[in-house]
Ligand binder design. Structure first.
Ligand code: NAP
Length: 319
């Protein structure tokens, strides 16, 4: 039996990430059975209809019972509540691995670890892969292919459990890196959390501008704004929980961002063209580094294809 294979995987939360884990695990043959729970009966029903789970339950405890891998795939703020519910019901299987996919790691360790009984191995995780879509219908097997997954085991955690979860994520298509929760939260603050905050903010700023009508914001969105709107379409509950649970690192990175923005403002005000050219060139070089690392393609328009317009319409969605 491959170390990456489990008898029963329980997905607590069956949205984009939970359902993508199910699809990728089935593709690689990593589970005899996949079960799941969600907040609403509608999501559980949908996951059953789509064949994402073999059995669905109304509670995390029922899904976790008998599972040798439990993956918490809810918003960050719910992970501790779910772990407590499973522990209080005595539903953790002895020797099981408990993990999560939350975008923040320090707060997950703080909230989940106190509820993990002896004999259960808690290995927090975060796949650095996603889209702006939510719900069980949005998942797909390729989501994790060639993406990174970060694991943040605590000191003293069972090495075999960490190795097994690492093998699992590799079999889902990811490359795995291990780091401390604090380091994770600082890195993700600048690579993911602050960029999302900027997107939410710029989209709202444009939305609040009275002189730019809604029509103009939409019509001319391909000038750069549109890519922010895609990021800003991400789930508001998920992102509320990310910012409430990674305050320190986000506020530190925002401070740095504001200082750099002030430098740009100054360069514009005083016609410092050389400064602007140098800073933009540095940013462009970073983009090349991301492409060379295989984390995006160099296809124009961020690699997105524009859907063919409906019959009788012309495609206006172009730069
Ligand atoms: P999602 O599509 O919105 O799915 C969230 C799931 O959690 C749904 O099944 C939802 O059930 C369930 N849930 C919500 N509140 C709950 C509660 N109070 N009790 C029990 N279940 C609850 O979200 P997602 O994008 O998969 O994100 C899940 C986790 O992955 C988050 O922690 C996020 O930080 C992390 N993550 C997300 C991305 C991304 O790009 N989206 C990338 C990496 C990591 P209902 O449908 O019934 O409400």
């Amino acid at each position: 039996m491959s170390t990456a294979r489990f008898e029963q995987i329980a997905l607590v939360g069956i949205g984009l990430i939970g359902s993508s884990i199910a699809h990728a695990a089935r593709r690689a043959g990593l589970a005899d059975r996949i079960v799941g729970s969600a907040r609403t009966a509608a999501t559980v029903e949908k996951a059953l209809q789509l064949g994402i789970v073999d059995e669905g339950f109304p509670t995390a405890a029922e899904a976790a019972r008998g599972s040798d891998l439990v993956v918490l795939c809810t918003p960050v703020g719910i992970c501790g509540v779910a772990a407590k519910e499973i522990a209080d019901a005595g539903a953790f299987r002895d020797g099981a691995i408990l993990t999560d996919v939350g975008s923040v790691k320090g707060a997950i360790v703080r909230d989940v670890a106190p509820h993990v009984p002896a004999g259960v191995h808690f290995v927090p995780g975060h796949p650095i892969a996603g889209t702006e879509q939510s719900g069980p219908e949005s998942g797909f097997a390729e989501l994790f292919d060639n993406r990174w997954c970060i694991l943040t085991p605590q000191p003293g955690c069972d090495a075999a459990a960490v190795a097994r979860l690492k093998a699992f994520w590799e079999a889902l298509g990811s490359q795995v890196e291990i780091m401390s929760p604090d380091h994770h939260d600082r890195v993700l603050a600048i690579t993911s959390h602050v960029p999302h905050l900027i997107a939410f903010n710029i989209v709202n700023t444009a939305g609040h501008l009275e002189r730019v009508t809604d029509r103009e914001v939409i019509k001319f969105s391909a000038g750069g704004f549109r890519d922010f709107t895609r990021i800003a379409a991400s789930d508001p509950i998920m992102w509320r929980d990310v910012f409430l649970n990674n305050k320190e690192a986000v506020l530190e990175m925002l401070q740095r961002f504001s200082e750099d923005l002030t430098a740009l403002q100054r360069a514009i005000r005083y016609d410092e063209g050389d400064t602007l050219h140098r800073l933009f060139s540095e940013a462009r070089a970073l983009r090349r580094g991301i492409i060379e690392a295989g984390q995006d393609t160099d296809a124009p328009d961020f690699g997105r294809r524009i859907a063919a317009p409906p019959p009788g319409k012309t495609c206006k969605d172009k730069d």
